[in-house]
Design a protein around this ligand. Structure first.
Ligand code: PHE
Length: 414
């Protein structure tokens, strides 16, 4: 941060006590992988859009939003953990990087959009391993209907159409009730209409998943696609659902969804409508579809990665040789009255080592019985996806990590 300000996407912002966005993150905000031709994330976006061909498609909205837009407009309570500086990236108290594409729901509805998809990069502070990266991509989808006889007819006809499509499909769906005591209809909603909307949401997403996973290598054409619906909670939907897809012996979390809370539509100035929304993460799905083993690969500029893909084509990624891992441990005492959150440690490592870091694990944690001081030990796994790393290079990076730990958190190395 220079001169008490920070530049992001050609805009300058003052910094304050909330500022926690790192140069490593800022440097990726303009990349737009989801619209980069031939990139797997772009192919997946287009595939999802093709399943909603009569919807408005948006994919170029800036990630800079106010916390109000990311949280308050969506009824997040003031004490929601997602608001914490340990969980989200803040430019300053008034500006952050969106943590989800739902941040644009109100804006889309306010424009009068009634059926839309919005794809974008989203940012969350997180641990470091092969399936977590602080930037990922989501598709938000929403559809609203008039709360009159014409709207009800529209939902019913669409439900009819979608259930006909599914009737002959090779899919096994584990469903749950659309509405229940623990997943209630909203006070202002007609339960019959809310059920029809929840059913439309489920039918529409079951069809989407069939389009996305239906005939992919790995999920055999003979074996049915297995989808399960789970009760969920989001501050901005009720009833709410999560969806999982069975893949290689495991249930994969795919998306969150639900009937839009009326407060959201009220804030957008939309009257006499009811509808659904979903938010789906692209990386996990793309890792499965393209057999991409490490989430960092999406950010690779190596031709051996990029040249394997063609826009609109789903093919299996052929990994080039895996280079050796190099493990380095760092143990230290945390000063009393200092809290060193794991995400602070991970951001420090990521900002120092970039994508050379594959994995960070806490391997020891204890409190000294006499002094009450906390001792932590982290094991960092360094590995490049593109080349062999020399011991010298890693030692240098590790010494920078150690120096910054002392500098920024005042820890005492053991
Ligand atoms: N925004 C939610 C998330 O990121 C997903 C979601 C979107 C849930 C729309 C409900 C409706 O987890």
């Amino acid at each position: 941060h220079s001169n008490g300000s920070i530049e992001i996407l050609r805009q300058r912002f003052p910094i304050d006590d909330f500022t926690n966005i790192t140069p490593a993150i800022v440097s990726k905000t303009h990349l737009q992988l989801h619209t980069t031709p031939s990139h797997p994330l772009s192919t997946l976006r287009a595939l999802i859009e093709s399943a909603y061909s009569d919807f408005t498609h948006v994919s170029t909205i800036s990630p800079l939003v106010s916390p109000y837009k990311n949280f308050d407009e969506l009824s997040f309570p003031l004490d929601h953990p997602g608001r914490a500086v340990t969980d989200s990236y803040y430019v300053n108290r008034d500006m952050m990087l969106r943590t989800h594409t739902s941040a644009h729901e109100v804006e889309m509805f306010r424009k009068g959009e009634t059926k839309w998809l919005l794809t974008a990069d989203v940012y969350r502070r997180d641990e470091i391993d092969a399936s977590h990266y602080p930037i990922f991509h989501q598709v938000e989808g929403a559809r609203i209907f008039n709360t009159d006889a014409s709207g009800m007819k529209e939902v019913q006809e669409d439900n009819e159409r979608l259930s006909n499509l599914l009737a002959t499909a090779n899919i096994v769906i584990e469903d749950i009730p659309h509405i229940s005591a623990t997943n209630p209809v909203q006070p202002g909603h007609d339960p019959v209409f809310s059920e029809l909307v929840a059913r439309n949401l489920k039918l529409s997403l079951n069809n989407l998943l069939l389009n996305v996973f239906g005939d992919v290598a790995g999920i055999s054409k003979k074996q049915p696609l297995r989808v399960r619906w789970i009760e969920a909670y989001f501050p901005f939907t009720s009833p709410s659902f999560e969806v999982e897809v069975f893949f290689q012996g495991k249930w994969l979390e795919i998306l969150g969804s639900g009937v839009i809370r009326q407060a959201t539509l009220d804030t957008a100035g939309v009257q006499n409508k009811i509808g659904w929304a979903f938010g789906l993460g692209l990386e996990r799905i793309a890792m499965v579809l393209f057999s991409i083993p490490d989430i960092r690969l999406f950010w690779s500029t190596d031709a051996r990665f990029l040249s394997q893909f063609e826009q609109g084509k789903i093919n299996i990624f052929q990994p080039y040789s895996k280079y050796p891992s190099c493990f380095k441990d760092v143990s230290f005492w945390v000063p009393q009255d200092t809290i060193l959150h794991e995400n602070d440690f991970c951001d420090l490592v990521r900002d120092t080592a970039g994508d050379l870091v594959e994995d960070v694990k806490m391997i020891d944690h204890f409190i000294h019985p006499k002094t009450n001081r906390t001792s932590l030990c982290y094991r960092i796994n360094y590995r490049s996806m593109d080349r062999s790393l020399s011991n010298e290079e890693i030692n240098h990076v590790q010494s920078q990590v150690v120096a910054r730990l002392k500098d920024q958190f005042g820890v005492e190395i053991r």
